[in-house]
Design a protein around this ligand. Sequence first.
Ligand SMILES: [Zn+2]
Length: 290
Amino acid sequence: MDNLWRLTLSLNLETRVIDRLPNEDFVPYAPEDDGEQINIDHESCPEGEDTRKRLYIRRTDDGRILGYCHNCGLSGYHNGGDHQIRNCRTYGTDDDETYGSKLTFSAQIETDINQFPRRARVWLYQYGLTEEEVKTNGIIYDCNMDRVILPIYDISGELVYWQGRSLDLKNNPPKYKNKSLHTRTGVLHYSGSRVADNVCVVEDIISSIIVGRIMPSVALLGTHLDDEMALTLASNFKNINIFLDPDAQMKAVEMAIRLGPLAKGRVRPILGADHDPKEMSDEDLTTLLM
Ligand SMILES: [Zn+2]
């Protein structure tokens, strides 16, 4: 009798384990907002590799998480608990190499935009960045800081600088956290070729990526042009367009006057736009720049 009871219990336990979708398969991928649903590949699907995103995960209206895989039929339930649970990978020393030896943002990062929390994706997509652009520019999400990291690599692939953009300005100020400022001399963000006939100089990294679709672009990370930056621009590019945000048009004019004698070609401030470069359509940018 005792043995039979044991056998029944162990069978029950086994059945429960097999029938249930493991938490780690779906909880970390749950959408952040209540009522939202996503579907992803069930990575360790017992019915074989799933490449058709058949694992459905829903955050219920009261914050619980339901998972169901249409491939293996397993389902799971989680009470939601901490909404902060995310699919953040921990990068050890080996993986740090990917981001250069000067990695100083925290080691808890997510590199796949599809796994960024919703507000990070919303922030990036509001400017029309593509998944490919996010990837090629090495944009990642830092889970500890709860910031989108906009990195800058030098030509050898070394991380030389980064900015962390807050996604919650009220509770997580300031808007940007940066690698310490005294290391910033001469640091430029390049989008496209680093040596070319034409370049467009902008203030911020997102603008540089957007403008980079039209012509090689460089971000100053503000409106300050130090001597090193000025010489780099003048020696690597022939014609220099300076397109700062609308509130910095006088700065653009001053910069053009300063770069004029250094440049090999034409230096032109782009004036009259009423939006930041990152807020403009490709068509409007083309009209303005070409
Ligand atoms: Zn499955």
